[in-house]
Structures are given as structure tokens and as C-alpha cells.
Design a protein. Structure first.
Length: 277
């Protein structure tokens, strides 16, 4: 299996520097964060895109996915205000366009959270309409959309793989799948092997991070209580051929290189151990 790293951990670096550091750490690919200072909403001009593509080629680095800055801000895809919701859709579609220009095959989308006085069924329907519009736009760029189930602090609409598949089945979009996040899965109590088997070919991407089962800490894999051996075994059974993408949080942005190197070492040892079992 190939490994990738979210550029978010290099939040205090330019995207060009993040690419260089990710390659130096030994990863095969990078997940580009769609917030500033990396690749926010049409910030990048054509000459900058060309330079980044050349840099990726020079370092032999693929782009695994594109991660728009989300969760409460600047998007609420289920918001009852048409202007706010449509601006949120516009932000994601702009991100899809940027992702395509950078060579990213997948864009991840957060489900959003309803407002305190908003009917949850209404929120679901509005989210469904937003995702349908986004998927339709993304199909013009051959970009896949991966919705990420998350813990209740981040969304009250799609917390589990079952709920994500309900949305996928409802919409019927061939380019809509799931981003399985190990930290989020741990927080909502999902059974990893069952979830991976259930998703099947709709498992578009993976984010690997760890926690202690109480909050979304985005720790280096192996620093919490998540069972990564069970994950790798389930992925092997499912014949998953995508990336294992590490997504680290704020605590590592002040000193990202050691965290990136430790995460890569953990994944290499994990993959090697499971391959000889």
C-alpha cells in the first residue's frame, strides 16, 4: 500500500515547501489542504499551478486528494439560507476546479451540522441537494467526491458509514463515495472490518490519525488506541489499492518534520508486518 500525508501539518509552510518536506519524509503522495496558505478558493494562479505540478514531478510525488477547509467554516452545506448554502456549494466547486488543476483525483467533503432550531430531516434534504450539485459539477472534471462521516461535534447528519451509504444510495451519483477517517470512526464506535467490508468499492480514500476515544486529537497513528492492524487486514481483504493518508492536527504544526517521519515509519512497519503474516 502507498502512503500519503496531508499538507495541513505544514500549515506554517508554503505549499511548495510542504511538498518538498512530504517527499523528504518518504511519503508517496500528498493530500493538499485547500485552506490558506496552501490552496484556498482560487488563490493559485496558472503559473503557480504549473510550478507546483513541476515540483510534484521533480520529487516523484502524487496528489492523493484535495481537502477543502471545512467543518462549520466556511461551508454549511445544509444551511436553510439559500445564499449561504449556495456560497458553500460554490466554495466546494471552486475547490474541485483547483483540485483538478493540481491533479488531485478526489475531493473530500464534510457533511455539515444543522442549526439549533433546524429540522434534521430538512438538513438532510438540503445536504443531499448540495452534494448532488457538487457531484454533477465534479463529473465535468473526472473528480471523485468523498464524504467523510464524522463525530457528532462536527456533524449530526452523517456520523457513520451506514449513514454515508444511505446518502450515496439516495443520490445515485457514481462519483460519490466515502472517506474513512480512523479517528472519527473510533469516536463513533464503528467496527473497522465491518465498515470497510460494507463500503466496498465506495471506499474512495482513507485518513489515518489516532486518539484515545474521547476527542478528535489527530495524533500520529499508534499514539492512541485505534487498532491499525485490524484496519490493514480489512483493507487487504477488500483489495483496497488507494493511499493510506496520514492527517495530523494542530499539535504537530509547530514541529511537523519529526511527526511526519514518525508517522511514515509507523505505516511502513505496519504494512511490512501485515504483509508477512
Amino acid at each position: 500500500m502507498r502512503t500519503s500525508l496531508s499538507s495541513f501539518v505544514y500549515l506554517n509552510y508554503t505549499l511548495a515547501s510542504a511538498i518538498e518536506h512530504t517527499a523528504t519524509a518518504g511519503f508517496d503522495a500528498i493530500d493538499i489542504w485547500g485552506g490558506r496558505p496552501h490552496a484556498f478558493r482560487a488563490d493559485l494562479r496558472e503559473h503557480q499551478i504549473r510550478h507546483l505540478r513541476e515540483l510534484l514531478d521533480d520529487f516523484g510525488l502524487e496528489v492523493a486528494s484535495f481537502i477543502p477547509a471545512q467543518v462549520h467554516y466556511p461551508t454549511i452545506l445544509c444551511h436553510p439560507s439559500k445564499s449561504i448554502r449556495f456560497d458553500s456549494i460554490d466554495y466546494i466547486t471552486c475547490s474541485v476546479e483547483t483540485a483538478a488543476r493540481l491533479g488531485a483525483p478526489i475531493v473530500s467533503v464534510a457533511a455539515s451540522h444543522t442549526l439549533d432550531d433546524q429540522d434534521k430531516d430538512e438538513g438532510w434534504d438540503l445536504l443531499a441537494d448540495s452534494l448532488l450539485r457538487i457531484c454533477d459539477f465534479a463529473s465535468n472534471y473526472d473528480v471523485l467526491i468523498a464524504i467523510e462521516p464524522a463525530n457528532p461535534l462536527e456533524t449530526d447528519l452523517i456520523n457513520t458509514t451506514v449513514q454515508a451509504m444511505d446518502m450515496i444510495d439516495q443520490l445515485g451519483c457514481e462519483n460519490l463515495g466515502v472517506l474513512f477517517d480512523t479517528g472519527q470512526s473510533l469516536l463513533v464506535g464503528e467496527d473497522t472490518p465491518a465498515a470497510i467490508e460494507f463500503l466496498g468499492e465506495r471506499l474512495f480514500h482513507l485518513h489515518l490519525n489516532d486518539n484515545h476515544g474521547q476527542r478528535d486529537e489527530h495524533l500520529i497513528p499508534g499514539k492512541g488506541v485505534y487498532d491499525f492492524q485490524a484496519l490493514i487486514r480489512a483493507l487487504n481483504l477488500a483489495m483496497y489499492d488507494g493511499y493510506l493518508s496520514v492527517e495530523l492536527g494542530w499539535d504537530h504544526t509547530h514541529s511537523p518534520d519529526p511527526a511526519a517521519a514518525e508517522a511514515q515509519d509507523f505505516l511502513e512497519n505496519l504494512i511490512s508486518y501485515e504483509s508477512i503474516r
